[in-house]
Design a protein around this ligand. Structure first.
Ligand SMILES: *Cc1c(COP(=O)(O)O)cnc(C)c1O
Length: 430
């Protein structure tokens, strides 16, 4: 048996023992959700039972109301992540009776909502996060916005909010970015963070699909996550609390997933760690790093380098950065598109369960190469220490704070995002 086959069979037995095996009804539900409709808005007429088509989001109905008080964008070096917003926002209302209304780009400002609006009571809220970049030639691009729109529709369906034409929202976001493009700092490592949000606004208590909802998009100029170069983080292996459970909502970007993590992160901070490493089940399976996806790199005795991330089993948020790292690494491994500076020798990429025991054993045998998180805000976040059951596990990092696999992948990914490397993931805005 080769090292890899034995690894795989070990993994599958660990999977059933831990209860991580995904039951078929959950799998089917997941499969249905991934096939979630991406456009059109077909409903059944309550009187006649006939299938009728309500208006979807239409770019041609866009109304633009320019602000009469444009603000000067601040000095980029003073920016704090998510504290500054551009002059305009996009808002698209929805009502069960009339479908999607006319999109509006209007001055950024407060929303007027009824205190009984369902978002305040039952957390009918979801969001997305993506970035627009100004590249070396002054071109403005977005990174894989189609992925965010698919995920947003999947999340909307999970909380009984209406779905929508994701391509139309991409076009509308492009228009918003063009209007506020002078807010994207012209400085390396800076970008515009885009936050699409979707809330239930029906003014009525009662737990049901809302009869009214609002999709809006706001934009925030942001600086590099690590302005002084990579700073590896220390994680607290959290066993006292869970972020997500099988059949729950961990795989969706719902606001309801985040408030419960704040106090848990504060407890980790009190113990001297920056973030939580969310562990699941009796075998302490690795799930996520704070609000990032988790990756581990092993170097096996046969010389194979293995890049591992937990599978999308319903508890893991399907990150766009996660997907991008996997795709780039797979293209490198298959020889389709080589990444400069990757370690010599065979690279295998696996989405499979990984436990703390496996990571600790690998560390003892000198086979743990690196550990990192991935997400839109920081792209890649290296980890140098994990506090686990009263002991600290130290993880190797290079002099620049990164590891031998994350460093070249980060360079490739950022090269694509900033237009230094031409790639279909980069979508032209202006
Ligand atoms: C947003 C998020 C991620 C990362 O997703 P990206 O699309 O890569 O930004 C990972 N985990 C959680 C819990 C998240 O909320």
């Amino acid at each position: 048996m080769s090292r890899l086959t034995s690894l795989r069979s070990l993994t599958s037995s660990a999977r059933s023992r831990s209860g991580l095996l995904v039951p078929s009804h959950v799998k089917n539900a997941l499969a249905r959700q991934t096939q979630a409709r991406f456009n059109s808005s077909v409903t059944r007429d309550p009187m006649t039972g006939e299938l009728t088509s309500l208006p979807d989001i239409e770019v041609s109905r866009l109304q633009v109301i320019q602000t009469d008080k444009p603000q000067p964008p601040p000095d980029p070096s003073s920016l704090v992540f998510g504290h500054t917003f551009t002059d305009h926002m996009l808002a698209i209302p929805w009502a069960a009776a009339s479908g999607w209304g006319a999109p509006q780009i209007k001055p950024y400002g407060p929303l007027v909502l009824d205190p009984s609006a369902t978002v305040f009571h039952y957390a009918q809220e979801l969001f997305e996060g993506l970035k627009a970049y100004r590249d070396a030639n002054g071109k403005i691009t977005m990174f894989r916005p189609d992925m965010n729109m698919k995920r947003m529709n999947r999340t909307a369906q999970r909380i009984a909010l209406p779905t929508f034409n994701g391509n139309a929202v991409i076009e509308l976001m492009k228009q918003l970015i063009r209007i506020d493009k002078h807010w994207i700092p012209d400085k390396e490592g800076y970008s515009l963070y885009i936050r699409p949000t979707f809330i239930g606004t029906q003014a009525a208590l009662g737990i049901a699909p809302p009869s009214e909802a609002l999709l809006f998009v706001i934009c925030s100029p942001v600086g590099p996550y690590y302005p002084q170069g990579f700073k590896p983080v220390a994680l607290y292996g959290t066993t006292e609390y869970s972020r997500a459970a099988p059949g729950g909502i961990g795989a969706y970007k719902l606001g309801a997933n985040y408030a419960p993590g704040v106090m848990v992160q504060k407890e980790a901070a009190k113990k001297g760690y920056v973030q939580n490493l969310w562990l699941h089940g009796p075998e302490h399976h690795i799930t996520e790093v704070g609000t990032m996806n988790a990756f581990v790199v092993f170097k096996h005795p046969d010389g194979v380098t293995e890049l591992v991330t937990p599978p999308l089993d319903g508890m893991i948020l399907p990150g766009v950065t996660r997907d991008s790292v996997l795709a780039l690494a797979r293209d490198h491994a298959s020889g389709k598109a080589l990444i400069d500076g990757m370690p010599e020798g065979k690279l295998v990429i696996n989405e499979r369960p990984v436990t703390m025991k496996e990571v600790i054993d690998a560390s003892k045998q000198g086979q743990l190469v690196e550990f990192f998180g991935t997400g839109t805000a920081a792209v890649i976040s290296p980890v140098d220490r994990i506090g686990y059951l009263g002991q600290d596990l130290h993880i190797p990092v290079g002099p620049d704070g990164m590891g031998p696999v994350s460093r070249p992948i980060w360079k490739q990914l950022v090269g694509i995002q900033t237009g230094k490397i031409a790639h279909p993931w980069s979508v032209l805005v202006d």
